[in-house]
Design a protein around this ligand. Structure first.
Ligand code: G4P
Length: 284
């Protein structure tokens, strides 16, 4: 598959992250709750070695709450601090401060023992494009955010957002790119719309999505589309969607591509329901 981002951008973003990582105590990593592993860049663990880590399962509003819980447990068992959030409408955001404090407790204690007090924890927000980094930074900073300006030793132009006396956030998020080693990862990213749809085989993607939904979210699928025969083949389900939504080509032929776009849009915006595409047990 082909993607909408380029090696030049990736190199620049990675360099920027490497440069910034030295300055921070805590890495706040956003993942998409619908695909918590596919939306991570595996290099991040190496890049952030020695830093406190907080994983935010963002877009939790679009994901299945049962699986949000399972994924929270999964990451906790791996030693991360974890929180489910919806950065867009700010659900779960109240817990961020205490999760940050908890994640950095050791560091805060160490500083205290050394007589360093009033030194705020510095955090950087990282994640793949479109995972919600900017939305999160805006939500957590709110209107009261005060820019603390340049600091000695900090590359010119770098801004820190002072959230309170204990926490500062680097206002530029670290952009990571997903890895597509496994075909499943690329497909999961395509499902949630993290890739340029223009270059995707939309019909194929829609059929794959219908296959998954028929298996795991049959009731939601049926409630949304009222199929005449719910257990039909995925391509037939897509045809039915096309017919009920009047997706036809000029000659009257069914326009699968158009129906596929409708289905994907319904899924991405949560209209089919709250759906999680990835399961933790498969990956452990
Ligand atoms: P980025 O900086 O990581 O690239 O992501 P950004 O904040 O720009 O967010 C990407 C899209 O995801 C935005 O939608 C944003 O509103 C949406 N989003 C972020 N967090 C959440 C969340 O927790 N739940 C839901 N449902 N959506 C979220 P957009 O369509 O590009 O913009 P907009 O029309 O929503 O403003």
């Amino acid at each position: 598959m082909n993607y909408q981002w380029y090696p030049g951008h990736m190199m620049k973003a990675k360099r920027m992250m490497q440069e910034n990582i030295k300055l921070i105590d805590l890495v706040i990593e956003l993942v998409d709750a619908r695909i918590p592993l596919s939306s991570r860049n595996p290099d991040i663990d190496g890049l952030c070695a020695g830093k406190s880590r907080l994983i935010l399962l963002n877009k939790a509003d679009l994901a299945d709450s049962r699986w949000n819980q399972q994924w929270t447990e999964y990451f906790k068992q791996k030693g991360f601090h974890v929180l489910e959030i919806n950065a867009k409408n700010k659900t779960g955001m109240k817990g961020v401060q205490s999760a940050v404090r908890e994640a950095c407790l050791e560091k805060i204690e160490r500083n205290r023992r050394r007589g360093i007090i009033n030194r705020p924890v510095r955090a950087m927000v990282v994640g793949i494009p479109n995972v919600g980094k900017s939305t999160f930074i805006n939500a957590v900073a709110g209107r009261t955010c005060a820019k603390t300006g340049n600091k000695p030793g900090v590359t010119k132009g770098k801004q820190w957002i002072r959230l309170n006396k204990d926490l500062e956030l680097l206002d530029t998020p670290g952009i990571l790119w997903p890895k597509f080693d496994a075909q499943e990862t690329g497909r999961n990213l395509a499902f949630i719309g993290s890739m340029n749809d223009e270059i995707l085989q939309k019909t194929e993607l829609a059929v794959e999505l219908l296959t998954f939904l028929s298996m795991h979210y049959r009731e939601e699928l049926q409630a949304r589309y009222q199929f005449s025969e719910a257990g039909a083949e995925p391509l037939d389900l897509l045809t039915e969607i096309c017919e009920s939504r009047k997706c036809y080509k000029k000659g009257g032929e069914v326009d699968h591509e158009k129906g596929a776009s409708l289905l994907l849009e319904d899924f991405r915006s949560g209209r089919i329901g709250t759906i999680t595409l990835e399961r933790p047990e498969k990956t452990t």
